[in-house]
Design a protein. Structure first.
Lengths: 480, 307
């Protein structure tokens, strides 16, 4: 079979640190390659070299067997290499069709809007039936999941420009399980057989079901390339070098379900006996919010956060909030790690009216040990940390505060497996200290750590699961 | 179109209705012509500001530039049309260069343009130390045009709103302008050049400021370096009343035109209310704040949906 892109001994250095080390890879026409590896394994660097965002330090990149001089983003576009970015790359103030036009300037002339709309809907309908996107809506008015579906669909829309290799970087991170399955089904069954794909995801099952080969990366190197059909999850995890393979599940015992009506230890309790708003949170309880993405989980979190004005709940506030979209809602990008960690705890580190830098640093260093942050100094900028570590800083920020209630909006979005385990450990430890959590999660595995789970559908709670009833099947049954 | 611009329409009615009540005769052909004459130059300046704000930048030298253009019109253009045209065109080129620098060197546009504003006023006072000058007749005549049925300023501003709407909302380039204001990274990733957008947009800012200066010279028939000082802030307020935002990407052409008219009419209203001139500037500021506050409250009263 003809291969469309070939990497030969690619090295890439950033200052002194080596991000890629002699990477060689061939991708055939129509093939779907999965790339797995921890944060910092070199996946993003590899993708950026293929997309021409920056050049390799040494080595060769061949497209259709030819070396490309002056290879850059424009050249890659011309060759039909497209990327679906992990950080959404749409203009929120433009409509769906206008965003499409930005990427496909060839859609032009009279009535281009109608044609762009037809193109967009055609592809969206074929990949994501039931997406509910109006092509004339502003992208900013779509839900995060809808934006992601459009972002993916955009890459598969073919105009005059060729589309030969599509790179999907964590495409399902903002999708609910149903939409994620639509995507993997599409890739496996009905994709144009001439289009190749690179599929990067932290969710191993997903990678294994929809790809032909899996590339396992570690420390800037390709450790192995396995055929997906015969590859074994355990084997891949071992090769990625996870420190804890095997008994991965943290030991965790659920709080025995108490009788709500008698317990007086509520952190959140409904104001009226309304069926649609019936969430209760006890002290030291982890409450999960499940269901399809965008069905009212975030609005509940917002309502609990705004505890003084909540119409439906009596809440022991103030609550603290951990955002899933950390770049926009979580971190202060120009501040140091210390400053980012202590924003909610100024009362603890204050000497009269001023902040005491020593105390501030003590707090930060205490948490650095607890949550295991590898950095030379906590005075470094927050952006010097990887995404997963930034997320851990947000946890430290919230847990250092005295709030009884921690609200989490899909906090492990785009975080690698090892960091996820650490986050679960942090939650379990905090829970033991009587902290309560309300946890909106899009990952089924995380419901394991919840004492009770509320399933949402169309803005309402449709099921409350406790104890042994908290299973993936029960949640799916309630959500569909 | 009407629904989207409901707030600027409310703002202008908020000042137009009291004017109509205080002076009913204003609502005639000649009355409206007089009332809105001074709105034309401010509208052009507001459109210039709108382009800058569409990509998330702000130009704080517009008022000074408009003053300089009146001086060029009164001193150079009246004597030597070729030299005057060259002078005006070179201002556009300077603006394009400034746009390039702001993008390439990541300079804050507010600071750069505040710096520029001193340069403009310096040149203008050198050209025309005291108000006066001799504005070429063709410019003056253009703004004294007696159109049938509808007063010229209304036709002028409607046409302007339409043309700018076509540029910003219907053209390929308009999508890119708003895209750069919304998410420049996305525009870069799609393989477009943000650099070109910046250069072109700042060229448009310069061009519309120059048109504003010529209009002001035509309407007032005089050249004065300091005549348009308050245009800088009025244009910003006009864009914001018109529904635009500082963060970029969100603008409305009709909104900007209506915003500029509102800003002009506020001054007229105060004169009609017999407010002493030394109180007028303060009162003007107060009215603008009230208009903005009301429009914001209206906007926020809609239910906010979280995803």
């Amino acid at each position: 079979m003809k291969n469309i892109i070939e990497l030969k001994d690619i090295d890439r250095f950033f200052m002194q640190s080596q991000a890629l080390d002699k990477v060689s890879l061939k991708i055939d026409e129509g093939e779907i390659i999965g790339i797995v590896g921890h944060n910092g394994a070199g996946k993003s660097t590899l993708v950026n070299i293929i997309t021409g965002t920056y050049p390799q330090t040494s080595g060769e990149l061949l497209i259709d067997g030819e070396t490309c001089a002056n290879y850059d983003v424009f050249e890659a576009n011309k060759k039909g290499i497209r990327t679906v970015f992990q950080e959404l790359s749409l203009c929120p103030n433009l409509s769906v069709v206008e965003n499409l036009r930005v990427f496909h300037p060839t859609i032009s002339g009279v009535r281009w809007r109608a044609r762009a709309a037809a193109l967009a809907l055609g592809v969206l309908d074929s990949i994501f039936p039931g997406h509910g996107i109006s092509p004339f809506a502003n992208v900013g008015d779509l839900t995060l999941g809808q934006r992601q579906t459009f972002e993916i669909a955009k890459a598969f829309i073919v105009t005059d420009a060729p589309s030969r290799l599509i790179i999907l970087d964590e495409p399902t991170s903002a999708l609910d399980p149903k939409m994620a399955r639509h995507l993997t089904d599409y890739l496996k069954l009905s994709k144009d057989p001439k289009i190749s794909c690179i599929y990067i995801s932290h969710i191993l099952d997903e990678v294994l079901t929809c790809t032909d080969r899996v590339v396992v990366m570690k420390n800037g190197r390709i450790v192995s390339i396995l055929p997906s059909s015969s590859a074994d999850k355990q084997q891949i995890l071992e090769q990625m070098g996870s420190s804890k393979v095997g008994a991965k599940k943290l030991s965790y015992s659920r709080v025995p379900a108490k009788d709500d009506s008698t317990s007086s230890d509520f952190v959140v309790k409904p104001r009226h006996g309304d069926e649609a708003a019936c969430v209760t949170v006890l002290r030291g309880e982890v409450v999960g919010l499940a269901g399809l993405a965008g069905h009212g989980q975030t609005s509940l979190l917002m309502e609990l956060y705004d505890y003084k004005h909540s119409k439906n709940y009596i809440i022991e506030g103030p609550a603290t909030f951990i955002a899933g979209d950390r770049t926009n809602d979580g971190i202060f990008p120009v501040w140091s790690i210390v400053k980012n960690m202590t924003t909610q705890t100024w009362d603890k580190i204050r000497a009269f009216l001023l902040i005491n830098p020593q105390q501030e640093k003590q707090v930060a260093e205490k948490w650095q040990g607890i949550i295991n942050i590898k950095t030379e100094s906590v005075e470094n900028n927050i952006l010097s940390l990887s995404g997963g570590n930034q997320q851990k800083i947000l946890f430290a920020r919230c847990l250092e505060s005295s709030s009884a209630l921690v609200l989490m909006d899909d906090p492990t979005r785009g975080v690698d497996v090892e960091t996820k385990d650490e986050i679960y450990r942090i939650i379990i430890e905090a829970k033991a200290k009587n902290r309560s959590f309300v946890w909106y999660t899009t990952e089924m595995g995380e419901i394991e750590y919840c004492d009770s789970v509320y399933v949402f559908k169309a803005g309402k709670v449709v099921a409350k699961l406790t104890g042994d009833k908290i299973t993936e099947e029960e949640i799916l049954r309630s959500s569909f | 179109m009407l629904k989207k611009n409901i707030l600027p329409w409310c703002s202008i009615l908020l000042v137009l209705i009291p004017i109509a009540i205080l002076r009913p005769r204003v609502m005639s052909y000649a009355g409206l012509q007089l009332l809105l004459n001074m709105a034309m130059p401010l509208t052009l300046a507001t459109i210039a500001q709108m382009f800058a704000m569409a990509i998330g930048e702000t130009d704080f030298s517009i008022g000074n530039l408009v003053g300089l253009v009146t001086c060029i019109a009164g001193v150079i253009l009246s004597k030597n049309e070729f030299l005057g045209t060259v002078a005006l065109l070179s201002l556009v080129l300077i603006y394009m260069f400034v746009g390039a620098m702001i993008y390439l060197k990541k300079l804050p546009s507010i600071i750069v343009t505040i710096g520029l504003s001193f340069v403009w006023t310096g040149i203008a006072t050198t050209l025309q130390p005291a108000p006066g000058g001799n504005i070429p007749a063709f410019i003056v005549n253009m703004f004294e045009w007696k159109t049938p049925f509808v007063p010229f300023p209304i036709i002028f501003m409607s046409a302007l709103a339409l043309i700018v709407y076509l540029i910003v909302f219907r053209s390929n380039f308009g999508i890119l302008i708003r895209g750069v204001g919304g998410n420049p990274k996305a525009i870069l990733q799609a393989g477009h050049s943000c650099f070109k957008v910046y250069v072109f947009v700042f060229g448009l800012v310069g061009l519309f400021s120059i048109l504003s200066g010529l209009a002001l010279a035509g309407v007032t028939t005089s050249a004065d370096a300091n005549m348009a000082r308050n245009y800088t802030l009025f244009s910003v307020a006009g864009v914001v009343i018109g529904g635009g935002s500082f963060s970029g990407g969100k603008v409305s052409s009709l909104g900007a035109v209506l915003g500029a008219c509102t800003m002009t009419l506020v001054g007229t209203l105060l004169t009609f209310m017999k407010i002493r001139p030394d109180w007028q500037i303060g009162a003007q500021g107060f009215i603008i704040l009230v208009v903005l506050l009301i429009s914001r409250l209206l906007k926020n009263s809609g239910k906010i949906n979280y995803v």
